[in-house]
Design a protein around this ligand. Structure first.
Ligand code: ADP
Length: 775
């Protein structure tokens, strides 16, 4: 307080106002008192108007000063106040003639019945009446004062009451109804009203307490609950004075103030405080709160545990230095920590987190924060967390992480090796999990699937090889289920890389087991055999062909030797006969010479065919092309042939149009002669032979038909191959080497024509060939 009013007591005034009894001030406020003084005569409250009237209206406050200082111009009021401080109520009047004032002055008692002070309520007084009307004025004055008193009592923020020692009310102020709902008459008339309406939980003790206090004739104060008409519980603070006469309690007088709100606020505050305290004690951090003077203001149980503070240090007033010393003694690095603590005390604003190590190996994480009240720093909060396990776990975790990292690197290395090995292997290799999903493959296998390794991983077998899955999946599943490998199974499959093409593979599937024996998937090894198979097939074909060639050679040798030998036998016979005839000078019959010559012709024909065939095979058969008339060629050839055909009718139908072709006369005649010879040879029944020449579009068409043994339909396609003879040929009884038609086809095709046969077994045969007509 800084007022300087010349009275020289400022220094204690502040303190004295603050130490005014709260109860006195509370009663004063309830009475709307103009002036409140304590039992020392110090002013606690003074109405501004009154302060102005007594000369203290210039800004300085008289509160806290002795009334003698302040009220020296109002001696009548001071007298009344002194009277009230002795415990008696007073009504007094004073002041100048025109400004007369009246005061009602009441003593206020504390819990122990001691006088706490007095409250005065002042009001302007009516001017003084003449002497004749003195009595009447006094009457009126009394009535008015009584009214004022009642008004005062009824406006009090509490129930003013009076009762006999049996707690039966003889008076209650109107507040009774406002606070609890029960009208004053009920308070007065209901015999046991108070007892009946006290909250059941408070009834016994409150009554006992009141009776005891009454017996002891001491004023008392307590808080209890009463029930309002609407069922509410109302907390009341009761201040009771026991009025006694000749040492016996006579009446009770008091005031009940509604403290429900304060009570609830206090309860809430207590709950919060208890919750905070419980929280404070239950947190795992040890907390110490120190004020700005480094005095310990709070600590929790955990703090004591963490620092193992001995109990004796906490008895009575705690010495912060001793606590610090006890803690520091446990540190590994006490000087450093102590220096840090003092540095933080020297910098109140600073926040700090640090780690301290204890001699016993424990590690504490220490946090230090300023404690603030509003904007003011009022101390420092130290909290300690035992992070020993956490740090150990972290160190262990780091060790495990490092080990895992090393393991991962080793694994990656292994995988790199495996990948190198896999990808450089010339065979397909892959690993699949139990769901038949690829977890690793090599390039060779991925290539078969038309994918890259990266695309393949994570996909199922069915996705990768839709064509083959139906065959492969059951095999793989069996390996996984039984643990039995499939080794070296040959499969013919279509793979996605080459759709529509069958390829050959040799596959092996092995179960992949963990150390514990659990099958986690399978490894597949796929070796392609397609090229090998092809090579083998080629080898087989070549072998077959070689065999065939040998067979052909052998057949040829046997046929050729047979064909060559066949004419030789009759030729030899004829020559012997000719020899005999010559030696015996007999005439030589011409038919014998003709027959010999015919056998020579046959021999020469066989040899010509063999020569032509070998020239065709070597690509050395030479043809001479010249324009020639087919009519002429056919007529001449038929004329040459007729002598051989004495027993078969030979018919010729010629085309009216002159058909000229560009060709080799002798070779074309050879073709026609060969067809005629065959017709003759394979017609043992001596049926007619018919030759026709027609035009067919741009070609000349020559046909030779017979009614002989015919050719089985399934043999037609082979007729023009070298050494081929139809299976029914031998029954004709004629030999042959199967070279004639082969040579015919070559000659016709060399002329740009085409040759074919139409026949049925037993119904003769027609051989036709075309030649392009020269335009
Ligand atoms: P070949 O010397 O065996 O007659 P070709 O090459 O002339 O040889 O004839 C091949 C085969 O065609 C004959 O062996 C025979 O089986 C059959 N063939 C040819 N012409 C006739 C035909 N006109 N009637 C029945 N079969 C014939």
């Amino acid at each position: 307080m800084t007022t300087a009013d010349g009275h020289g007591r400022e220094a204690r005034l502040g303190a004295s106002v603050r130490s005014f009894p709260e109860l006195l001030l509370q009663v004063g406020r309830s009475l709307h008192a103009t002036l409140i003084v304590d039992n020392q005569g110090r002013i606690g409250r003074i109405d501004r108007q009154l302060a102005t009237a007594v000369g203290w209206g210039n800004g300085a406050s008289p509160e806290g000063r002795f009334m003698e200082e302040v009220l020296h111009d109002f001696p009548w009021l001071m007298r009344a106040l002194h009277t009230a401080l002795t415990g008696r109520e007073t009504v007094c009047e004073g002041g100048e003639r025109d400004e007369r004032m009246r005061a009602l002055v009441l003593p206020v008692f504390g819990n122990e019945g001691q006088c706490l002070g007095a409250c005065a309520r002042l009001s302007a007084s009516e001017p003084v009446k003449p002497a004749s009307a003195q009595h009447e004025t006094l009457e009126q004055e009394l009535t008015r004062t009584q009214q004022q008193y009642e008004e005062l009592v009824n406006t009090l923020d509490g129930i003013v009451w009076e009762a006999d020692v049996g707690f039966r009310f003889t008076f209650v102020s109107k507040q009774a109804e406002r606070l609890l709902g029960h009208p004053p008459q009920q308070w007065l008339q209901e015999p046991d009203f108070w007892r009946n309406h006290v909250h059941p939980e408070d009834r016994e003790w409150a009554q006992a307490y009141c009776m005891k206090a009454t017996r002891e004739r001491r004023p008392y104060e307590f808080e209890y609950r009463m029930l309002a008409t609407d069922g509410r519980s109302v907390w009341l603070r009761a201040l009771v004075t026991v009025l006694a006469e000749k040492g016996r309690p006579l009446r009770l007088r008091g005031i009940m103030v509604d403290v429900t709100e304060q009570r609830q606020a206090r309860e809430t505050l207590e709950q919060v405080a208890s919750m905070l305290r419980a929280t404070f004690d239950s947190i795992t951090d040890g907390v110490l709160v120190v004020d700005r003077n480094q005095r310990i203001t709070a600590f929790n149980k955990r703090f004591l545990q963490i620092w193992d503070i001995p109990d004796e240090l906490l008895q009575g007033e705690v010495d912060p230095q001793k606590v610090l010393a006890a803690a520091v003694a446990q540190l590994k690095n006490p000087e450093l920590v102590r220096a840090r603590v003092y540095a933080l005390y020297a910098a109140p604003e600073q926040e700090d987190v640090d780690t301290v190590e204890l001699l016993n190996g424990r590690i504490l994480e220490r946090t230090s924060l300023p404690q603030r009240l509003g904007n003011t720093i009022i101390g420092r909060i130290w909290s300690f967390r035992d992070v020993t396990e956490e740090r150990r776990a972290k160190a262990e975790q780091e060790r495990l992480l490092a080990a895992e990292q090393t393991a991962r690197e080793q694994l990656e290395e292994s995988f790199a090796l495996l990948d190198t090995f896999l990808n450089n292997a010339p065979i397909g290799m892959g690993f699949l999990n139990r769901d038949l999903r690829f977890i690793r493959t090599n390039d060779a296998l991925a290539l078969l699937h038309g994918r890259t390794r990266e695309e393949e991983v994570g996909r199922t077998l069915r996705e990768m090889t839709p064509y083959a899955a139906a065959t492969i999946e059951p095999l793989m599943r069996r390996v996984i289920e039984t643990g039995e490998p499939v080794i070296g199974l040959d499969l013919e499959l279509e793979v996605p890389a080459t759709p529509g093409k069958l390829r050959y593979f040799r596959v092996s599937y092995y179960p992949v087991r963990t150390k514990s024996g659990r099958i986690v998937g399978l490894g597949a090894v796929v070796v392609e055999l397609t090229a090998e198979r092809r090579a083998q097939a080629e080898r087989e074909r070549l072998l077959r062909e070689a065999h065939e060639a040998i067979q052909i050679r052998d057949d040829f040798l046997s046929i050729a030797s047979h064909e060559l030998k066949t004419p030789l036998t009759p030729l030899k016979l004829h020559l012997r006969m000719l020899e005999q005839r010559c030696t015996s000078d007999q005439p030589i019959p011409p038919h014998l010479v003709r027959k010999s010559l015919a056998q020579v012709d046959r021999l020469s024909g066989v040899i010509s065919d063999m020569l032509d065939s070998s020239q065709i095979e070597a690509g050395r058969l030479e043809l001479e092309h010249e324009p020639l008339s087919l009519q002429q060629l056919l007529r001449e050839t038929l004329a040459d042939f007729r002598p051989n055909c004495l027993h078969h009718p030979l018919e010729y139908e010629e085309c009216a149009e002159e058909l000229v072709v560009l060709g080799d006369r002798a070779r074309l005649a050879q073709v026609l002669t060969n067809l005629l010879e065959n017709a003759l040879k394979y017609s043992p029944q001596k049926g007619p032979i018919r030759v026709t020449l027609t035009r067919s579009g741009a070609d000349a068409l020559v046909s030779v038909s017979d009614s002989g043994i015919g050719i089985p339909a399934d043999q037609h396609e082979y007729l023009f191959e070298r050494f081929f003879r139809a299976r029914n040929a031998p029954i004709s009884g004629f030999g042959g080497m199967g070279l004639g038609l082969y040579i015919c086809r070559h000659i016709v095709e060399r002329h740009g024509g085409h040759i074919w046969a139409e026949s049925e077994t037993g119904h003769g045969a027609t051989f036709r060939f075309t030649l392009p007509v020269r335009t």
